[in-house]
Design a protein around this ligand. Structure first.
Ligand code: TXA
Ligand code: MG
Length: 345
């Protein structure tokens, strides 16, 4: 399959043409990647099992992992759910369009493979002009997971999508780098107490004023006594090409780990904040942002995880970040990406 790439349009008229062509492919049950404010999504008609099946095939995604349905209007939500709980209405009012996905009771109008057979459906309204224009022009609710091959870091640039999916999807709309850089927050509103299933662009601190009893899914907690995974273990999520070791400690601890690995003769690459990078006498280092600005780190994280090729490093050492605000999402992704966690006690 040839993958059509629409370069970033400069003029409004060009942009309209791009949206028309991409929406026509979507209506034709094809799969098209497009930017959102979080990461690039891989979209298809959420009401068509056949179109959604193409997403799973292109990504190599396990069939039991459900997809998020993207909508451009609130009325489209009503067509997909049995009812909208009060707390979900409040969250939509406050955070839509934006990086918040709500898990709601499904009325089974979404294709079966979108929800992976669950009784709930995950829905969000993205805050991106191209995504919203595509939703409007196609008139469809769009199922869209992140537009990466399963297991790889999510794409924050059109070129990341191209690297992973060229030849496997009908098209890619280039909208430049995405702003937020980590995926949306997923909140289960079908439960008695709303539960954050995945930390993301909307933080727990953002939600708390509206929903004081919101909790983070206890299954996401980093188990203190947990054994480090062996380096040879199969990569799971967001994985760079070389094994990632997550260093949880202060700057002195990080430097000690780096030095001892270098002494062992290992070829080590580093992902760090500009603050830590400035203290290291080492190459190569990729800076993902300032740790005083966690939103900047979120924006640079996946690009950094994609940076090193297998040939460049035997191990990647990565800094840890504070877990408040969007730091919760950053650390959630880094823990999933890591094959080893090295903690200072
Ligand atoms: O920011 C985002 O959310 C991006 C952009 C493209 O919108 N999309 C994204 O989709 O991250 P994906 O497929 O990579 O992640 C969807 C997450 C998964 O963790 C999935 O398990 C969860 O949402 N999910 C989907 N439907 C669900 C449901 N009914 N109940 C619980 N979790 C669900
Ligand atoms: Mg994903």
């Amino acid at each position: 399959m040839e993958t059509k790439i629409w370069p970033q349009a400069t003029a409004g008229r060009e942009q309209n043409q791009v949206i028309k062509e991409a929406a026509a492919l979507l209506r034709d049950q094809q799969v098209v990647a497009f930017p959102t404010e979080t990461v690039y999504g891989l979209g298809a008609d959420a009401t068509s099992e056949e179109a959604v099946q193409r997403i799973f095939e292109a990504k190599g995604r396990p069939a039991d992992n459900p997809l998020i349905v993207h909508v451009g209007e609130r009325s489209q939500v009503e067509e997909l759910v049995t009812h909208i709980p009060e707390v979900a209405k409040q969250l939509m009012d406050k955070f839509w369009p934006g990086p918040l996905t709500l898990v709601l009771p499904s009325n089974h109008q979404a294709a079966r493979n979108v929800t992976a057979g669950l009784n709930t459906v995950a829905i969000r309204m993205p805050d991106d002009p191209i995504a919203l224009a595509l939703l409007k022009e196609s008139g469809l609710p769009l199922a869209a997971p992140s537009a990466n091959r399963s297991g790889r870091p999510s794409p924050t640039e059109a070129d990341h999508v191209y690297q992973d999916l060229q030849g496997r999807i009908a098209g890619i709309v280039d909208g430049g780098p995405t702003g937020i850089g980590v995926e949306s927050t997923v909140v289960d509103c079908a439960a008695e107490i709303p539960i954050i299933l995945r930390p993301g662009g909307v933080t727990k601190e953002d939600i708390e004023p509206l929903v004081p009893d919101v909790i983070i899914d206890p299954a996401l907690a980093d188990q203190p006594g947990e054994q480090p995974k062996s380096p040879g273990m199969k990569y799971t999520h967001y994985a760079p090409e070389a094994p990632l070791w997550l260093i949880e400690g202060d700057d002195v601890f990080f430097r000690e780990q780096l030095e001892s690995m270098k002494e062992e003769g290992q070829r080590v690459a580093v992902i760090a904040s500009q603050e830590l990078a400035g203290q290291l006498n080492h190459e190569p280092v990729t800076v993902c942002g300032s740790r005083a600005q966690l939103t900047e780190v979120a924006g640079g994280l996946y690009r950094a995880l994609r940076h090193y090729k297998k040939s460049e490093a035997e191990v990647i050492l990565c800094e840890s970040f504070p877990e408040y605000g969007v730091g919760a999402a950053i650390m959630n992704r880094l823990r999933k990406a890591a094959t080893q966690k090295i903690k200072q006690y």
